[in-house]
Design a protein around this ligand. Structure first.
Ligand code: SAM
Length: 362
């Protein structure tokens, strides 16, 4: 079997905590030879009968700090490739199903590696005081060959361990969120899973992670499956319309609206097209302008309005008054101006927003 694409080494005082790495898709990746995992008991490097790994903090205070004399040699040995307890998959996996990417002949599409010197292995140190771990990190680290995790417990690990480790590793202190866990093991499982699923071959369908939340800087919208009606609740009709373009537009709109509601910070940083802005900000409007006796060709007006960001559903004329109903994200006076420009005549007019609601108040 060829060498694995990624080797993970985890140093911990609770090796059994890393058992979930044997299961499901990660277990399968180990079985397929894509991933290799070594789990190391930090106490193997501890001296004395008690194999103590911690000591009171310098300067006083509560809790204990993990000792540099134990961590230093452990990280030295692992950087040099000292083999640890290897995990191999404990779970039997179904291998009888054809992979989507094999059937559809999808070529592997690995993510870009981070632009840095990758001669040394990457040492990831989970800590609430680290920089936030993101999907972008997961994408970049899915191109690594060797990642080592140092699981802290108690108040954490003596900081000099990481200063010293810079000689042998690229060191990153990372947090998985703004809360405090008891130890780094769960954070390792989180990071290992997020990184490994992006290695080509781990998921059967590459598109499934390319369309996930964060991949385009936005959250994914809601998902539905059969039956179409469940407990009286209907799935959105567009999803069973068979119109792929409409489904795609609906999904984009849901994704944009959910991101705005739940994570407006992401929306601020996302690259949005004019269509996206329309989906987010457009509301129903009705515009009336006085066109006198000017000839108006509805098709031309509709086209000009679309260009200006006003999508007209209905254009009606009653004598000198032209009424346009549609959707736009433009300010109301701007919408009036745009309609007047589109008909090439402006003798005064007005635009009402959300006309449907104005007409039928609750
Ligand atoms: N005294 C530390 C502080 O306030 O920053 C907290 C130590 S915490 C109780 C023990 C260990 O849990 C840490 O060394 C780290 O390995 C892990 N940990 C806790 N919260 C974490 C988080 N949000 N992200 C990553 N690791 C975390």
């Amino acid at each position: 079997m060829s060498s694995p694409k990624l080797r993970l080494d985890v140093v911990t005082i609770f090796p059994e905590y890393l058992d979930p790495l044997r299961h499901a898709l990660l277990g399968k990746a180990i079985e397929q030879g894509i991933l290799a995992v070594g789990v190391h008991d930090l106490r193997d490097w501890a001296a004395g009968n008690h194999k103590s790994v911690d000591a009171p903090p310098l300067g006083g205070g509560p809790g204990m700090v993990m000792k540099p004399e134990v961590w230093g040699p452990a990280l030295d040995d692992i950087a040099q490739g000292r083999a640890g307890a290897e995990l191999d998959s404990a779970e039997a996996h179904r291998n009888d199903r054809l992979r989507h990417d094999d059937v559809a002949q999808v070529a592997p599409r690995p993510y870009e590696a981070q632009d840095e010197d990758r001669d040394k292995p990457l040492l990831l140190v989970p800590t609430p005081a680290g920089t936030p771990f993101t999907q972008r990190d997961a994408q970049a680290w899915s191109r690594e060959e060797h990642i080592v995790f140092a699981c802290g417990r108690y108040e954490g690990i003596d900081q000099r361990v990481f200063e010293d480790a810079e000689k042998k590793y690229r060191v990153r202190e990372v947090s998985i969120g703004d809360y405090v866990l008891i130890g780094g093991e769960v954070a390792v499982l989180v990071i290992a899973e997020a990184v490994t699923r992006l290695i080509p071959g781990v998921l059967g369908n590459t598109e499934s992670h390319e369309e996930d939340s964060f991949s385009d800087g936005l959250l994914e919208g809601p998902s539905y499956t059969k039956p179409r009606v469940w407990r009286g609740l209907e799935a959105p009709a567009v999803l069973t319309s068979g119109d792929h373009k409409k489904v795609e537009a609906w999904r984009r709109e849901q994704s944009l609206k959910r991101t705005r509601a739940v994570r407006p910070d992401l929306l601020e940083r996302a690259a949005l097209s004019d269509d996206d802005r329309f989906m987010l900000d457009a509301r129903e409007v009705e515009t009336r302008v006085d066109v006198g006796d000017k000839r108006v060709v509805a098709k031309q007006v509709r086209r000009a309005l679309k260009k200006a960001g006003y999508r007209a559903d209905r254009i009606e004329r009653d004598g000198a008054t032209l009424t346009v109903r549609g959707r736009t994200a433009l300010a109301l006076d701007e919408a009036t101006r745009v309609v007047a420009n589109a008909v090439g005549a402006y003798e005064g007019g007005d635009t009402l927003g959300n006309f449907a609601r104005l007409e039928s108040p609750e």
